[in-house]
Design a protein around this ligand. Structure first.
Ligand code: MLT
Length: 436
């Protein structure tokens, strides 16, 4: 009997039939190349703008079932990780594949603390930005500038050197993020306090003023830790794809990560929660939600924070953020935007128009509201996303580097321009006068 784990394709141009094996539910598009009209033909390629149906790698890091609304890191459901782990435990898990033992966790936390400081030249570099520079632009440039400090970083196939850079990045990105925030307010920078946990120390660097020791509110610190867990990785999203793509040229991790952060800064990626807040401001109050929904249906405005390329069900992260928001609001007081958001969600989840289109709230729908309640300005939201996503980018980068099937990322194209044509001939003297 014929191997059933294959796909049979008949090329109607030639009448020839090809048998192509499945690899983990996919076919290799390189196998299509053998399908040719004639000997001179290049062979069939896949055309897939925006990678709508192309797996660019095999990955063992993050699993998503978008139809069922399932998200797992290394096999662990996101709900359990958010409830039972700290961000640094999850970071270790994403990078190493297993949750840390108590000894591993202790040494991991110690290494991160050891690397939280920035070189003073990096601090000076940051000071060069204008007072009103966007914090995300500062973060991207400063992460790239770390490449000038750590010259060993290019030695990416040496595991110890590579892991050192990964530790440095996970430790230093919160410090850079906090300095960008303080810079935009004109406040002096606060050095890391290694008595504190990862998120407490971040809060210390953001908000410490003249008090001798910063004491983070434990509910807020845990909420931030949960938000970091939820944002740590999301398989082959736009910025992870950039990290892998830039990294595939064997560029060092600092410049690769800066490129990934640049991808995150776009409003269609990490900037989406800022757009949700703007929309909630525009709606103004709960009673105006039905009218806004009607405008969405007429195509006049967009419903921000709803729908996702992969999820055709409730984004599991949104549910956890909503739960976390309730804990934060017990401390900060209720953000009035929450009532508008809840009403928007209630109507949209019942309305045939949205149900048919499988438009459910995504992670960005509630994250902006909670960040605002914590005291962050919208410009900081993407920076807050970049801190935990640093771990995901690094895990994806290392997996790519160690994958023997990966090479420099180099897509093909369908050329749709002119066939060969010729520039008008000119005399030698005309050329001389043109260049003189
Ligand atoms: C993410 O977390 O990266 C976003 O939900 C975007 C995505 O997965 O495409």
């Amino acid at each position: 009997m014929e191997n059933q784990n294959t796909l049979t394709i008949t090329d109607n141009r030639t009448g020839k039939t090809y048998t192509i094996p499945f690899t983990g539910g996919c076919i290799r598009t390189m196998d299509l190349r053998q399908i040719k009209k004639d000997e001179a033909d290049f062979g069939v390629m896949g055309y897939d703008p925006a990678f709508m149906n192309t797996a660019s790698c095999r990955s063992a890091i993050t699993f998503i079932d978008g139809d069922k609304g399932i998200l797992r890191y290394r096999g662990y459901p996101i709900e359990e990780l958010a409830e039972r782990c700290t961000f640094l435990e999850v970071a270790w898990l994403l990078i190493n594949g297993e949750l840390p033992t108590p000894e591993e966790l202790k040494s991991w936390e110690g290494s991160i603390k050891h690397h939280t400081m920035l070189h003073e030249t990096t601090k000076t570099f940051l000071e060069g930005f204008r007072y009103d520079a966007h914090p995300m632009a500062m973060l991207i440039s400063t992460v790239a500038a770390l490449s000038t400090v750590y010259k060993d970083a290019h030695d990416i196939f040496n595991k110890d050197v590579r892991r050192l850079q990964m530790t440095r990045l996970i430790a230093k990105v919160p410090t850079i993020a906090a300095y960008c925030y303080r810079h935009s307010l004109g406040y002096p920078y606060v050095y890391p306090d290694n008595d504190l946990s990862y998120t407490e120390n971040f809060m210390n660097m953001l908000w410490k003023m003249v008090e001798p020791k910063y004491h983070a509110n434990p509910v807020m610190a845990r909420a931030l830790d949960i938000l970091f867990i939820l944002h740590a990785d999301h398989e082959q999203n736009c910025s992870a794809n950039v990290m892998r793509s830039v990294g595939s040229s064997q560029a060092d991790p600092y410049v690769s990560l800066a490129a990934a952060a640049a991808a995150l800064s776009g409003p269609l990626h990490g900037g989406a929660n800022e757009a949700v807040l703007k929309m909630l401001d525009e709606i103004g109050s709960k009673d105006k939600v039905p009218a806004y929904i009607e405008r969405v249906k007429k195509g006049e405005v967009k419903l921000m924070g709803f729908g996702h390329r992969i999820y055709k069900n409730y984004d599991p992260r949104a549910r956890i953020i909503k739960w976390t928001a309730d804990r934060v609001f017990e401390i900060t007081g209720r953000n009035p935007k929450l009532d508008i958001a809840l009403e928007l969600e209630r109507i949209a989840l019942e309305d045939e128009y949205f149900v048919k289109r499988k438009l459910y709230p995504n992670v960005d729908f509630y994250s902006g509201i909670i960040y605002q309640a914590m005291g962050f300005k919208p410009e900081m939201f993407t920076v807050l996303f970049a801190i935990p996503r640093t771990v995901g980018w690094l895990a994806q980068w290392e997996e790519m580097l160690l994958d023997p099937e990966q090479k420099i990322a180099r897509p093909r194209q369908m050329y749709v321009g002119h066939d060969v044509r010729h520039a008008p001939e000119k005399t030698a003297s005309a050329m001389l006068s043109a260049t003189a």
